[in-house]
Design a protein around this ligand. Sequence first.
Ligand code: NAP
Length: 465
Amino acid sequence: MEGIPVYILVAYLVAAVLFIIGLMRLSTPKTARVGNVLAAIGMLIAIVVTLLLKEVLNYTMILIGIAIGGAIGGVVARTVKMTAMPQMVGIYNGFGGGASLLIAGAEFFRYMNLGEGITVQSSVTIVLTILIGAVTFSGSMIAFGKLQGLVKARPITYPLQNIWNLVIFLAVLGMMGYLVAVSGNIPVFIALVVVGLVLGVLLVIPIGGADMPVVISLLNSYSGLAACAAGFVLGSMFLIISGALVGAAGFILTRIMCKAMNRSIGNVIFGAFGAVVQTGGAAGEEGEKVVREATPEDVSMLIGYAKSVIFVPGYGLATSQAQHHVAELAGILEQRGTDVKYAIHPVAGRMPGHMNVLLAEANVPYDKLYDLDDINADFERTDVAVVVGANDVTNPVARDVVDSPLYGMPILNVDKAKSVIVIKRSLSPGFAGIDNPLFYMERTMMFFRDGKQAFIEILEEIKNL
Ligand code: NAP
């Protein structure tokens, strides 16, 4: 950091403070927009002052890069659907890891070309950046492929998988040690990059599609660590701080998601969850189980005359984009004197905060949204719980069936409500692939429709009450 003008160091500090305040504001929906803007301003300050450094040799290439990257980012941000957000984050993490890998590679070759020996500190940071960057890049690409349907979503497992991964990891450590000890060797450097990339692939293929958002969050944390390590390689205080923030934030988010699913991080990474299709006996017994199918009139009568209604949104709300229709129905019910609430499970949908974002888009007031712990006791006092495209997060087996893979995951106690309406297209299981006994309860009515279509029909009927 020697030789960097003081005003640039101060600007970096301001940018880092803006990142921290931005992150703090991202923790509640009310302040999240402002938080995002503050962090973006911090990043703009950091980029502008970095361009003022005299080491910058080629402004033309940088401007071309900004123009191409900015154009792609702008188009993607406007066109990618909310449901595809996890894979977008996944691919961005991969690029972050890839960029750190390239930085470390460039520094490695710079030292080799200079012909000077690399200090131990520099070689340790370079080899660490290479390993974390390579694992993050290839692991994120596989995670992206699984979520996008380009790679088989089911866990890919083979005998002695974790042992093989351990052997490869030890080989990587050996290569890293060798590179540090001999101050650089090009064939070993190339082997380290290749084996690091292979390790990233092998670590992610045994993880099922349902766990991919957790993996993406973990890889996000790795990409922060890779950037942090690259910061040490370049002697950049700003990269170290911002990388550490991303690393810590990604790790905290991973822990929150694991806690909401009652799983450990180790179980997500090594558990091959979803490798065996568990249907809770549904497939064989489907014929014996009875469901009560509802018509739009049944549903509107039940909801229209209820004193209290809790909407329970899930992934199907996102795919059918029914949020505006749900909010419209809630408005009509409130005008009729009904007490309306929304129950939000922390892992409903496919990414943290998924339901909050969708409902905020439909201008549902934040104070109508209740977290799992705050609403669970209300269900037994509630006339009607309306489940909109949610499944796993309402599955009572998670609470009651000890040998179920879902056992222990906190759920919304929808089955305790006086009546339940479930809106979904079929009896298909949710992402965990486990049948849901809620559908077969006597107090449950199934309204088999696409989410948005269901609400169009209910809204039509409720106006006639
Ligand atoms: P879910 O269990 O995946 O179930 C979603 C349901 O939506 C499906 O059963 C599907 O049934 C229905 N659906 C799909 N498209 C629909 C449409 N157009 N209209 C109406 N219904 C539709 O979803 P969830 O209850 O929200 O649970 C989330 C799952 O993702 C959990 O297993 C959670 O652990 C996992 N997960 C979430 C996160 C996160 O951060 N949110 C992270 C990791 C894992 P039909 O096909 O019959 O319509």
